[in-house]
Design a protein around this ligand. Structure first.
Ligand SMILES: Cc1ncc(COP(=O)(O)O)c(C=O)c1O
Length: 442
């Protein structure tokens, strides 16, 4: 029943049943980030059916449900675990399930043998744990460094590092103090108006050459937070040297390097973790989103010497609950058994090739970028000026929704494609056809 049809359907959104639900949620939910009035009844693989019987191809949820909606192995694992135990106060007691999961997560992250893992419930909580662990271990270092365009979460600590849109910060000041931001390596629209590689990666070197001399005493910095590929900020892939240089500076100044893999991790980029594309390792790694195939779960994987040194310094309630652990275990199994990382690399090549074909036909597409199945197209008013065309992007998105293709925006003028890693070529072809039509209509 749930199949992407070869013809391109058009839906009225919301339908009559959906409209009732939208009215209730809009009246009661706090204002958040709702993007389209799609009212879900059920979802399987990459397909989703709404309460009015409309069927959508979902190229948004792979960010979280990388194994596809309701993967049978994950569903089964959750159901079985629910019969055994759901909650045992995992931060206080022990279980073979948590022992296995933390062992596997410690091994999954490249780097030192000696690792500690903190199980938690969301990406922001994983990043808060990194802020607190590095502060606990480097108490004289009160400053943090992040990047413009980055998204690390919305609680008051991680929100101080988030700098992707002004709306995420407006009226919330003061956040955590002494958090400094540098422009991220954004070659398509270089903030320094330079050109790669003649720029000599100034966006990374400026940290040591100017900031550490004029603004930030490096021995006061506990951690630097880096997304290996910018997610919410626009699916921006930095040039190969960028992460290496920042990593090297962090190491030389005793600053913990925090790799935020919440969006880019778990196979989406064609490597299990996106930092593997850069050939470096991190001191702290934040995992979330796709870790539990849609179940709320996240983890902070730390070098053992960054562990909290005192009983009770940091903990939580729901970290390591039975459902989350079972979901993580099953997700890791599915990713391994079905070789989804390799699949993301292979299908990503095909997908980006098809997006580039589309770029050849539509001048409005200025840039096509990404790695594996974490891809984006960026819309411009002119290819010469590369000026972002937010209004056009929004019209394309609206047309895609009407034609049954679910997509999300990112950055100021890009659309991101983050299908589940179980996507197939026919689904990619269908998405390309819908996008093509939608761009012509917009
Ligand atoms: C890179 C990155 N870090 C952290 C977060 C925050 O995760 P959560 O919404 O689970 O708190 C996000 C969410 O989009 C993210 O993309």
């Amino acid at each position: 029943m749930l199949e992407a049809k070869p013809e391109i359907p058009t839906y009225s959104l919301p339908g009559p049943q959906g409209a009732r639900v939208v009215a209730i949620e809009d009246a009661i939910d706090t204002t958040g980030t709702k993007t389209a009035p799609i009212v879900v009844k059920h979802a399987k693989g990459l397909m989703l059916e709404d309460v009015d019987g409309n069927v959508f191809l979902d190229f948004t949820s792979g960010m979280v449900t990388a194994t596809g909606h309701c993967h049978p192995q994950v569903v089964n694992a959750i159901a079985q675990q629910a019969q055994q135990w759901i909650f045992i106060n995992s931060p206080d007691f022990y279980s073979p399930l948590q022992a296995e999961v933390v062992q596997r997560l410690a091994k999954l992250v490249p780097g030192l043998e000696a690792r500690r893992v903190f199980m938690c419930n969301s990406g922001t909580e994983a990043n808060e744990a990194a802020i607190k662990a590095t502060r606990w271990n480097k108490p004289a270092r009160k400053r943090l460094i992040g990047f413009l365009g980055a998204f690390h979460g919305r609680t008051m600590g991680s929100n101080a590092l988030t700098a992707s849109k002004v709306a995420q910060r407006a009226r919330f000041t003061p956040n955590l103090p002494d958090v400094h931001h540098l422009p991220y390596a954004t070659c398509y629209r270089c903030p320094y108006k330079m050109t790669y590689p003649n720029c000599d990666i100034w966006c990374a070197r400026i940290l040591e050459e100017l900031y550490f001399k004029q603004l930030i005493p490096p021995d006061e910095v506990s951690a630097i937070f880096v997304e290996p590929i910018l997610g919410e900020g626009g699916y921006i892939v930095p040039p190969p040297e960028f992460v290496k240089i920042i990593r090297d500076i962090a190491q030389r100044y005793g600053i913990a390097y925090v790799d935020d893999e919440v969006q880019a991790g778990m196979g989406k980029t064609g490597k299990m973790l996106a930092i593997e594309h850069h050939g470096v390792t991190a001191n702290c790694t934040s995992l979330g989103k796709a870790l539990g195939s849609g179940v709320a779960v996240a983890a902070q994987v730390l070098d053992a010497d960054l562990d909290f040194g005192a009983h009770g310094a940091h903990s939580n309630t729901f970290g390591g609950n039975g459902i989350a652990l079972a979901a993580v275990k099953a997700t890791l199994d599915v990713i391994e058994e079905q070789r989804l990382v390799e699949r993301a690399a292979e299908l990503g090549e095909y997908f980006i090739g098809r997006l580039r074909e589309l770029q050849g036909r539509h001048d409005a597409i200025g840039d096509v970028r990404g790695k594996g199945l974490m891809l984006a197209v960026d819309f411009v008013t002119s290819r010469a000026t590369r000026e972002p065309d937010t209004a056009f992007r929004d019209r394309v998105l609206a047309r895609c929704f009407r034609h049954g293709l679910m997509l999300l925006p990112c950055g100021f003028s890009a659309i991101r494609f983050t299908p589940a890693l179980v996507v197939d070529r026919a689904q990619i072809d269908h998405a390309i056809a819908v996008l093509d039509t939608s761009i012509r209509e917009a």
